[in-house]
Design a protein around this ligand. Structure first.
Ligand code: BGC
Length: 382
């Protein structure tokens, strides 16, 4: 008897909907074949890669900007939901994005007036955020096409992304060769491991910019109920343009004290000059235990689903941003409207404006040395 077989085309939409077949890789996780995610403005085709572990945790990542387009993790009942903001298709990202899910470089966060001096020479970068430079400039690493290779790493399925940023790219000195490796581990972590080398002295500060709302499908509102712990005794207060003043301020007695887990909404509207200036939390925390390698720096718990996100890194700083600039004008995946404070970002990195702040941990990379930043986003539920 002839049995008709239906072959599903592995389109990006089919992959996002989870109805496309995949092959088991040697690490035990699933490495789906990449599917087309569309074409950039100059006609370059980019792809959507799926990394999935045995437990079903799954990240979909495109080599355009290294964007994490979706991230499905379990709640306390084992239900997998997407916990990051983004768009259903490449068109959304090409039109407008506040760095949803992106790889950020060459310099994560702000540089005052887009200027810095290195070895006696001044470099001028784009002022793309008021008077300041933000997240690498007009065409940062979030808007370039990376070379991608899917591999079965020891910890789980990985996506290896590489990019060579030319000397002078966006005003930065030196040819910067960057590698960013995403892995979905069998321990339910999404890890991002950056390395970079240069042929001239330069500055580097790479990070990852997912917007998390751990409520997943329950996410009918904001992240104000998410409970946050940040292991930091101090933070860097900012001026009205969100550039650090240079002070390392004790968090004690301020709404910036997250050493005891506290709901974001508990103090976000407090009468505090720092919160008022930034429209909420949008600050760099001076993390404890810097210099001691990878350590737990932050934990976020979502009470309705029980999801927990723990962040580990060896970096000295953590930018904690509560989506204050989301204003309901962006409609993202699943038809959701991204209203004010709909998501939060946790960006392990060096401090903002470090190139102009000699007292901050240095961000200079020289030929012959390798920049590294490993970030672990570890998921669990209770
Ligand atoms: C910054 C915010 C900025 C956001 C998106 C964050 O890293 O701290 O001020 O609005 O990125 O652009």
């Amino acid at each position: 008897m002839f049995i008709p077989r239906i072959f599903l085309a592995c389109t990006a939409a089919a992959v996002l909907a989870g109805i496309c077949g995949c092959a088991r890789n040697t690490a035990g996780g699933d490495a789906m074949k990449p599917v087309s995610f569309g074409k950039t403005a100059d006609g370059t085709e980019v792809f959507l890669y799926t990394l999935k572990n045995r437990a079903g945790m799954e990240a979909k990542i495109t080599n355009y900007g290294g964007l994490v387009v979706s991230l499905r993790v379990a709640d306390r009942n084992g239900k997998l939901d997407d916990v990051v903001l983004g768009y259903d298709s490449l068109a959304g990202y090409l039109k407008e994005t506040p760095y949803f899910g992106a790889l950020i470089g060459r310099y994560g966060n702000r540089i005052r007036n887009g200027k810095f001096t290195l070895e006696g020479k001044e470099f001028v970068l784009a002022a793309n955020n008021g008077p300041n430079h933000l997240h690498g400039g007009l065409k940062g690493f979030d808007k370039v096409v990376w070379t991608a290779e899917q591999v079965a790493a020891k910890d789980g399925p990985s996506l290896v992304l590489t990019y060579v940023s030319k000397d002078g790219d966006e005003g930065y000195p030196g040819t910067l060769t960057v590698k960013a490796v995403y892995t979905v581990t069998e321990a339910n972590e999404l890890t991002v491991e950056f390395t970079a080398t240069t042929d001239k002295p330069t500055i580097v500060n790479l990070t990852h910019h997912s917007y998390f709302n751990l409520a997943g499908d329950n996410q009918d509102s904001t992240i104000l109920n998410h409970v946050v712990m940040i292991d930091a005794d101090r933070f860097t207060p900012t001026d009205s343009t969100l550039i650090p003043t240079g002070e390392l301020k004790d968090v004690s007695g301020t709404p910036m004290d997250f050493r005891t887990p506290t709901a974001i909404g508990a103090r976000i509207n407090a009468d505090d000059v720092q919160l008022k200036r930034a429209g909420g939390y949008d600050h760099n925390w001076v993390l404890n235990n810097t210099g001691k390698g990878m350590r737990l720096i932050a934990r976020v718990t979502e009470p309705t689903t029980g999801r927990i996100l723990e962040v580990l890194s060896a970096e000295p700083g953590l930018q904690f941003y509560t989506g204050n600039f989301l204003d309901g004008t962006i409609k993202g995946k699943y038809g959701r409207t991204y209203v004010h404070r709909y998501a939060l970002c946790l960006e392990p990195q060096h401090f903002p404006d470090s190139p102009n702040q000699p007292a901050f941990p240095p961000v200079v990379l020289r030929p012959g040395t390798t920049y590294t930043n490993r970030i672990v986003y570890a998921f669990s539920a209770k």
